[in-house]
Ligand binder design. Structure first.
Ligand code: AQP
Length: 328
């Protein structure tokens, strides 16, 4: 059984991009592997969130995990800040990281662009992410394409530690969907769909009501052609909508192309909206039930206890290898 670790930031409402790129694989992997799924609030803190919003979003992400099909009896669901070893190993990996490699991270470049004061936490985010993954000696990390570079750095840090202090960490591998590892924004086919985009029309939130989903898809940017064809370079927006359709309907891209051959964008978009609604509606019903049940806190407590058992042991081993004096 492999160890699997991943997380999502409570930095806004979860999107269809988060679902297709990451959460669908969380649900799949829980049946065969030992899984840990976090709500990474320490990472979200790098975006200086409003305190009430951070609390609400943390609970909302946990409820979305369960609503999407993660079974807390199979996978440990927990809040990153509830397992203190994350922050401590995060600091240790900051000491092992180089400025140059952190400066090369495209997410840091994107998120710091135009900011007068750049939070230092945003800069060292990948060192904390490395700690998150390595605390559990994860073999697989289900993520979308935007996290691939951070995972590469995690692998470098694990190798660096192993070379300096003796073989200890497993070198983790990314686990990504074949299509849909990078769902694009609805208003701009060159930008990733992102939950913190201030334009709500650019993303489909998992909790968007059906009519909002229909409206957003009908307004999604397309080219001026009419052929429903997968061609990322020539038709990035339609290719993105095809990926979404294929993922929601469980079809291949070719099957979707064949279904809408010669029909133009109108009927395709209408049918796409219904495919998305058919995935989101049951998720939303379960979400409401979970929030109303008040069970989230117990689930998170149990998840954190299970996670801490492993994480605290790893941290102790790391500190011992690095020469930190143990308290007597
Ligand atoms: N558009 C996307 N397509 C495919 N996968 C995506 N992911 C995010 N956006 C897409 C994947 O979702 C997981 C959680 O991401 P995150 O919350 O840790 O942060 P992020 O990668 O920066 O995602 P967002 O939605 O863009 O958040 P904000 O706006 O807060 O920065 C990751 O596995 C990610 O790859």
């Amino acid at each position: 059984m492999k160890k699997v670790l991943s997380g999502i930031q409570p930095s806004g409402q979860l999107t269809l991009g988060n679902y297709i790129g990451a959460m669908k694989n969380f649900v799949k992997l829980q049946h065969s592997e030992q899984c840990f799924f976090m709500i990474v609030d320490l990472h979200a803190a790098t975006q200086l969130p409003d305190p009430a919003a951070l609390r609400e979003q943390t609970e909302a992400v946990a409820a979305c995990y369960i609503a999407a099909g993660i079974d807390p009896a199979k996978a440990s669901i927990f809040v990153q800040s509830h397992v203190r070893s994350h922050a401590e190993l995060g600091w240790i990996f900051t000491t092992l990281s180089y400025m140059g490699e952190l400066e090369r991270m495209t997410q840091f470049k994107d998120k710091s662009q135009g900011k007068e004061s750049i939070p230092a936490g945003l800069f060292v985010y990948p060192s904390l992410m490395a700690a998150d993954i390595l605390l559990y000696n994860a073999d697989l990390v289900p993520v979308g394409d935007d996290q691939k570079q951070h995972l590469e750095l995690t692998r470098d840090l694990a190798n660096r530690f192993n070379n300096r202090f003796g073989e200890y960490f497993t070198i983790p591998e990314p686990y990504m969907p074949k299509h849909g590892s990078r769902i694009m924004s609805l208003d701009d086919g060159s930008k990733k769909m992102s939950k913190s985009n201030p334009n709500a029309g650019s993303f489909i939130a998992l909790l968007d009501p059906p009519d909002v989903v229909r409206k957003k898809i009908s307004r999604a940017t397309t080219d001026s052609g009419r052929e429903v064809k997968y061609d990322v370079a020539g038709k990035p927006e339609i290719s993105n909508l095809l990926s979404i359709y294929a993922n929601c309907a469980g079809l291949t891209i070719e099957e979707v192309e064949a279904r809408y051959e010669g029909q133009g964008y109108g009927p395709f978009k209408k049918a796409l909206a219904e495919q998305v609604v058919s995935v989101l509606e049951p998720l939303q019903t379960r979400y409401q039930e979970i929030r109303a049940s008040g069970e989230i806190h117990d689930i998170l407590k149990q998840g954190a206890e299970r996670a801490a058992e492993i994480a605290d042991r790893t941290l102790a081993d790391v500190k011992e290898r690095m020469g930190f004096l143990a308290p007597k």
